[in-house]
Design a binder for this molecule. Structure first.
Ligand SMILES: NC(=O)c1ccc[n+]([C@@H]2O[C@H](COP(=O)([O-])OP(=O)(O)OC[C@H]3O[C@@H](n4cnc5c(N)ncnc54)[C@H](OP(=O)(O)O)[C@@H]3O)[C@@H](O)[C@H]2O)c1
Length: 283
C-alpha cells in the first residue's frame, strides 16, 4: 500500500507522514510547497485549486489521508471530483472534526464527510478535538499572540475542550489505515482530559515560566483580533464559528476511541507543555 497524504506539511499531516513511515509504508506527501525526498517519503506538489497537479501527485497511491478544504463552501464538490478521478485509490481516511456528524447534511464539513462516504471507496473518518499544537504552531489562531504579548486570545468563556495531540491523531490514522475492521466507521479522537482555555494559559505559564493570560474576548473583539491578522474573511468567519462551538461545549467530551484503536493512553496537555513550552524549548 502506498499512502498519499494531503496537508503533509501541516500540524496533523506532518505527524501522519512520520507515523505511517515508521509503520513501514511508502508515503506521497502532498502540499503546494513540497520539500526534498527522504527515505520512503516522496514529497509531491499538489494544489486543490489546480487540477493539473492531482494525478501526478497521486502517482501510484492506492490509499489517501484527506484533511479536506476548511473554509470553502465548494469543498464537497471538489473532493467528489478528486476521488472520482482517482480509480486506483481504494481506501480513504478523512480527518474531519469533533461534532461534524451532528451537523446538518448541507453544512460544508458534513458535506465533505458525505462526499467521502458516497465515493464508492472504503472509508473511515477521524474526528479530532482541538489540537494542542495550535498553541505553538498555528501562528494566526494562537501562536503569534502568545509569543508577542503572552495572551491566549480565545473567546471561550469557561467552556472546556478535550485538546488532542496531533501525534495521537496520527497514531489513530495508522491504526485505521493498516488494520481491518474500520471500514464505514467514524472515531472521535480526544485527549484524556477537558480543560478551559484559562487552565491552558495557567499550564503554559507555569511550564514556560512566562506570564501568559487567557483573554476571554467577546465575539466582536475576537473578530477584530483575527481581522487585524490580515487573514481572509472566510478564515475569520470560520474561526468565529469554531469558537461559537467551543462556547456551546461541543469539544468538551472526552472519548476513548484513541485507546480503543491503539491500545495506548492519549498524550496529556501537561506532557505536551513539558515537551514544547519548557524554557529550553522556547516557542
Ligand atoms: N487545528 C485544529 O485544532 C483542528 C481540530 C480538529 C480538526 N481539524 C481539521 O484539521 C484540518 C487542518 O489540519 P492542520 O491543522 O494539520 O493544517 P495546517 O497546519 O493548517 O496545514 C495546512 C496544510 O495544507 C496545505 N495546503 C494549504 N492550502 C492548500 C491547497 N490549496 N492545496 C493543497 N494543500 C494545501 C499546507 O501546505 P502548503 O501551504 O505547502 O500547501 C499544509 O500542509 C482542518 O480541516 C480542520 O478542520 C483541525
Amino acid at each position: 500500500m502506498t499512502v498519499w497524504i494531503e496537508g503533509a506539511t501541516g500540524k496533523a499531516g506532518r505527524r501522519v507522514v512520520d507515523a505511517l513511515t515508521a509503520a513501514g509504508l511508502p508515503v506521497r506527501a502532498a502540499s503546494r510547497h513540497p520539500g526534498e525526498p527522504n527515505g520512503s517519503v516522496t514529497p509531491v506538489r499538489f494544489d486543490w485549486y489546480d487540477e493539473t497537479t492531482w494525478a501526478p501527485a497521486l502517482g501510484d497511491a492506492d490509499a489517501v489521508f484527506l484533511k479536506g478544504l476548511d473554509s470553502d463552501d465548494q469543498a464537497a464538490t471538489i473532493i467528489t471530483r478528486f476521488l472520482g478521478a482517482a480509480p486506483a485509490v481504494r481506501r480513504v481516511v478523512l480527518m474531519s472534526a469533533v461534532g461534524v456528524d451532528r451537523t446538518s447534511d448541507d453544512a460544508p464539513r458534513r458535506a465533505v464527510e458525505l462526499a467521502v462516504q458516497n465515493s464508492g471507496k472504503r472509508w473511515t473518518i477521524l474526528r479530532p478535538s482541538w489540537f494542542l499544537q495550535n498553541f505553538d504552531e498555528d501562528e494566526w489562531v494562537f501562536a503569534r499572540a502568545l509569543r508577542e504579548t503572552g495572551e491566549l486570545y480565545a473567546g471561550s468563556g469557561e467552556s472546556r475542550a478535550a485538546f488532542t495531540d496531533t501525534r495521537d491523531l496520527a497514531g489513530a490514522a495508522v491504526a485505521v489505515m493498516t488494520e481491518e475492521g474500520h471500514d464505514g466507521r467514524g472515531y472521535t479522537i480526544t485527549g484524556p482530559e477537558s480543560l478551559t482555555f484559562g487552565e491552558v494559559a495557567e499550564l503554559l505559564a507555569k511550564v514556560s515560566g512566562r506570564p501568559i493570560v487567557h483573554v476571554d474576548a467577546t465575539p466582536e473583539e475576537h473578530r477584530k483580533h483575527f481581522e487585524e491578522s490580515g487573514r481572509p474573511k472566510e478564515w475569520v468567519d470560520h474561526m468565529l464559528h469554531l469558537f461559537k462551538l467551543v462556547r456551546a461545549g461541543v469539544f468538551a467530551p472526552v472519548t476513548h476511541d484513541f485507546e480503543h484503536l491503539t491500545g495506548k493512553a492519549p498524550r496529556t496537555p501537561q506532557a505536551y507543555a513539558e515537551e514544547t513550552w519548557r524554557p529550553t524549548n522556547p516557542t
